[in-house]
Design a binder for this molecule. Structure first.
Ligand SMILES: [Zn+2]
Ligand SMILES: [Zn+2]
Length: 288
């Protein structure tokens, strides 16, 4: 069974500070709690009991549920309370450049820095000026990770997002996500040809519209064959950051009808080769 409310109807009750304080009070550290009418009234700072009762009525049944012990958050209430707490709709974070101790994927200099403008993180190289990546990072990510830790946190977040979406689940909404290999920066696919085109992976959610684009390599880097190949050479490939998975990686479009991209890495004269199909599945693996 599905019940649906109009977005305008669902969001209208939130335009009031007493009500947003009620939602925040019900999401104390450690998870949602149940609070009595009087406790909630105090936490919200409402002037009169009658006025507060009116505000509470605006929040039930969509965001609050009344139980024998008091009031508790619904699933929608928990989500809104978390969004309020995380600052995702209210805070804009800028961050000064922080050095990253990995070589630049373009010039090899250890000159990468991460900065943030309006919550969005840019990783760029101060030696060759290349912009390596640009990704949104929520305010709570900035608030809870110190300067030296936030680039690593961003890396983990997106590494797992790529992995989740390639596996079919959207990290934003739990919806079905699809993976498609396509030409990078080519609008109509006919513009490029296999010999000069560059492939990228487009991950998209059919539930909420969330999309993510990344090199095909990132989608196969946690494949058992890759993990084992690197482990055999004394390295944990999962430690490679998304801004530089290593200069030993190559991507070649072998065909675009049907799609087949060869993703390969060479270490100590040994080569690992994966053939990747349109939906980012690894079709074949060769080691030589
Ligand atoms: Zn560089
Ligand atoms: Zn989604």
């Amino acid at each position: 069974m599905t019940e649906t409310a109009a977005p305008s109807e669902a969001f209208q009750p939130l335009g009031n500070e007493i009500r947003t304080r009620v939602l925040a009070a019900l999401l104390e550290e450690g998870g949602p709690v149940t609070l009595a009418f009087s406790e909630l009234a105090e936490a919200s700072g409402a002037d009169t009991t009658a006025g507060f009762a009116y505000h509470l009525r605006q929040l039930t049944d969509h965001y609050l549920r009344e139980t024998d012990d008091g009031y508790t958050l619904t699933d929608a209430g928990i989500r809104i309370a978390r969004a309020i707490e995380s600052g995702v709709y209210t805070e804009s974070v800028d961050r000064d450049p922080v050095g990253i101790d990995d070589p630049c994927p373009f010039c090899d200099d250890r000159a990468l820095v991460a900065t943030a403008t309006d919550n969005t993180v840019t990783v760029r190289c101060q030696a060759c000026e290349a912009a390596v990546l640009r990704l949104p990072f929520p305010p709570s990510g900035h608030r809870t990770h110190a300067d030296e830790a936030f680039p690593g946190a961003l890396d983990r977040l997106y590494r797992h997002r790529v992995s989740l979406m390639t596996d079919g689940s959207c990290p934003e909404c739990g919806g079905e996500s699809t993976a498609r290999v396509e030409y990078a920066d080519a609008e109509p696919e006919t513009e490029s040809a296999p010999e000069n085109g560059r492939a990228q992976l487009r991950l998209g959610c059919t539930g909420c519209g969330y999309t993510l684009r990344c090199p095909v390599t990132l989608a196969v880097i946690d494949h058992p064959a890759v993990v084992s190949f690197y482990y055999g050479h004394g390295e944990d490939v999962r430690n490679r950051p998304i801004w530089n998975v290593g200069r030993e990686w190559r991507e070649t479009i072998l065909s675009d009808d049907p799609w087949c991209v060869r993703v390969s890495a060479e270490i100590d004269d040994e080569q690992l080769e994966l053939l990747v199909g349109r939906d980012a599945t690894v079709v074949s693996v060769f080691e030589r």
